[in-house]
Ligand binder design. Sequence first.
Ligand code: GAP
Length: 526
Amino acid sequence: MNSITQSLNHSMQEELFKRLVSHCKEYGFIYPSSEVYDGLGGVYDYGPMGAELKNNIKEYWWKAMVQLHENIVGLDSAIFMHPKIWKASGHVDAFNDPLIDNKDSKKRYRADQLIEGEIDKLEAKIEKEVEKARKKFDNFDEALFRGTNPRVVDWAQRADAIAKRLANAMKVNDMADLKALIEELEIADPDTGSRNWTEVRQFNLMFSTQMSNIAGEEGKLYLRPETAQGIFVNFLNVQKTTRQKVPFGIAQIGKAFRNEIVARQFIFRMREFEQMEMQYFIRPGSEMDWYQYWKEKRMAWHRAVTPAQKLRFKDHDNLAHYANAAVDVQFEFPFGFKELEGIHSRTDFDLGNHQALSGKKMQYFDPELNEAYVPYVVETSVGVDRMFLAVLSNALVDETVPDAQGEDSTRTVLRMAPALAPVKCAILPLKANNDELVGKAKAIFSQLKFHFKCQYDDTAGIGKLYRRQDAIGTPYCLTIDFETLENDTVTIRERDSMKQERVPVSRVAEIVRERTDMTRLLEMLA
Ligand code: GAP
């Protein structure tokens, strides 16, 4: 078996990533947006299978938050909000990325990402050296090797020094030092090799538009760059109407927009994307306990659908303008470990600023303490699209099929958690030209469609139909054959093992529901 995200060398990983992208297009998961006009950078459309998978991911998150916690409630706030919200939140002044242009290629880059690329290169060298040594020595002591091998120690120190200088320059907004670092490290345009750079300058990532009935700055609206602010400004509305007591949470799923300087890597970094965010309102001073609690909860949510070795925590070196502690849940994408989710301790930064700028109290009266305060907030924020990419890149597997020959000897299968699969059950007549088989298959489809998402298909031979369902991750296929007509039984084929069992038609709904229902995933979080 050959998992798409196994540790492979760079060019192989690139190849596999390309295959993932083409698989998404071929099987109706994701299309480039506006493709007939040659696409639009950093924007994608989800096809029929993609829409189903995306909805299942959102359902998994929503139920894990809102259904499993009595003290977490949902919200669906508007994308457009009063422009002062973005002033108070700090996004107008501080939601910037450092931009650098190459004068020869006219290409635009994020200065911090160019520098991070150098750190990645040093880390890749270290990993290669460690792997080499692991193969060479019996009883290999990795920690000792990392701590004493002169080359590894040197690369690690260099990577650390660059990371610290980068973090400091970002923290104090020292764009000149970012430029100096790019020059000292002799970083070249990755596409052309040119080192002819402009100065580094800050670029604000918010998209803006104009309200029709208010002229000038006053009517300038922003497309929200995070869903969180809709939660903050509704905090008291929700608290009062639901009678929640601190600690309590508000969860929201919705679109966010960022004018990313470099929108690459498919749906990893988009200009229009979706977030699943939860703000947990707590007593001031309790934030580190809740931060720890949500770190563990969120990691458990990911682990229920993703192998533990592909997930890790990474503390932020460079805290966002609103956070006093922050960690990423990283996933091993085909292009390396990258941020999948952010968990942030946002203190009273947002509520405090909204209180100051709006002049409206953002306080909660705590009946147990008999005092009013502006609550602190711990936030969990995961991108739907990134989660989608993580699920797919973990699931996509090419494998040889034992005892099969010719075309049937290999298959591509999406081994994803059955509860997330776009289609739960395919109904396949053995022969498309037999009216009785087709009629029976359609009758079974009509029964099962009330229970879960089914697909009827009679457009190819049974072997090909199985392969198609494997490629979209369908956990169960039913074959309607001549025995079905005699005794009302079908074969049910399981995606991963390809094992087939004969079962009465009357039991199929129960079997498939029991094995594919979201309840199974949610129970793992208890
Ligand atoms: N409210 C906090 C916040 O927005 P963030 O770390 O900037 O924090 C949270 O974003 C999550 O949103 C990220 O972990 C990622 O999954 C997703 N995300 C952010 N920018 C994205 C982009 N340009 N494209 C796709 N997903 C993105």
